[in-house]
Design a binder for this molecule. Sequence first.
Ligand SMILES: [Zn+2]
Ligand SMILES: [Zn+2]
Ligand SMILES: [Zn+2]
Ligand SMILES: [Zn+2]
Length: 394
Amino acid sequence: MDHGCTRCTHLKRYASDLISEGIVLDSNQAGVIDAPPDPVPQSENPPTLLSEIPPELRALPEQQVRQPGTARGYTRLATMDGKNIPHRKCAVSTCTGPLVNYKNGRFCKDHLRMHDICSIIPCGRPVHSDGAVTCTLESHKEWHQKYLNRFSRLSFPGVQRVIRRQTQQQDETGSPSGPTLQPELPALDGVAGKDVIHTFRAGSTYCLQTVQWSCGCPIGWGKCYRSESSPQVLGILNRIWEDFPESRPSFLAYDDACNLLRHIVTQDPNSPWFHVTKLIVDAWHYIGHQASDILCRIWCNPAPANGSQPDLIIVQVDENGRTHKTRAFNTETAEQLNSWLTGYEAQLRQMTDINYDFVVHVLMLLYKELVEKRMAKKNEALSAEFWEQVESTD
Ligand SMILES: [Zn+2]
Ligand SMILES: [Zn+2]
Ligand SMILES: [Zn+2]
Ligand SMILES: [Zn+2]
């Protein structure tokens, strides 16, 4: 929590700073600087209506005006994202319990008795013999055999290949992306193959959610179980900051910040995740989303060109003496954590819940040491002069 470096921690900036730097502000609320190149992703969401926005979020954010005689202060930006690095869990889809047996088990201790009933839900008949997974119904036995033929011989690299291919196809057709493995299976009892609910094999957690300062320095992590939903993500954030209420980031960049913000404000309009921390989306998401989502446009713009978030914009002068507005925080280094973690994905997937948690935690500690080494080498530590300016009332 007390990490800070020149990449993730900046002096606080105010509207007056932008003006004195000679920035020409764009009055367009939807403007964004450094827009990513085409093609722009299209939003999957239908347009939001003003009436669907919680009342607290209908007004514009307050302008950042500095009160005379107050210390300047500083801002820190954190980023959060979900990585497809799961571990196994109970086969019952609504259950988050760990497996009793991680070698070849399928259930948690509360659902162990389900070993004795047919794995096709909601059949409920007893299994046809000890150790079998279906009842005596021919159609259930057959469907299980087809499932085995399609599925169980895929190795981990094989599964990865299928997911990659499917994700690629989804990207090409423009439908929602995200890795999903859909073995083609016949319909059963009038239910489409992909929708048949069964407990043939252990389930898996949905993703590993990591939170890091924008320089990549890890802060904390958590797991999502069924989807990357706002309530679970908020639970992870609350747990990470539970004992450090004064150390919340000024900004938190997250792909789905607009939906998370909507959830937070609906739950608790006084939440510090609304009043202390500003949730912003990444530029790529923003361009695709701003046209349809007023809330996203007003509150989650990652670099508003109208100067409403002076902390997110700095001015650079090019060799011809022209001034350019540019993004103040670079989140590229936070993305390096992702590729580093991917190197451990195959091992993590095979682990028990306890080993997984332990290893993820150790990996985060190791990565923090790497970031600190880089920081020392590149002279990115915060100087005494920086802290003087933070305290300064000038
Ligand atoms: Zn940092
Ligand atoms: Zn269970
Ligand atoms: Zn059955
Ligand atoms: Zn959005």
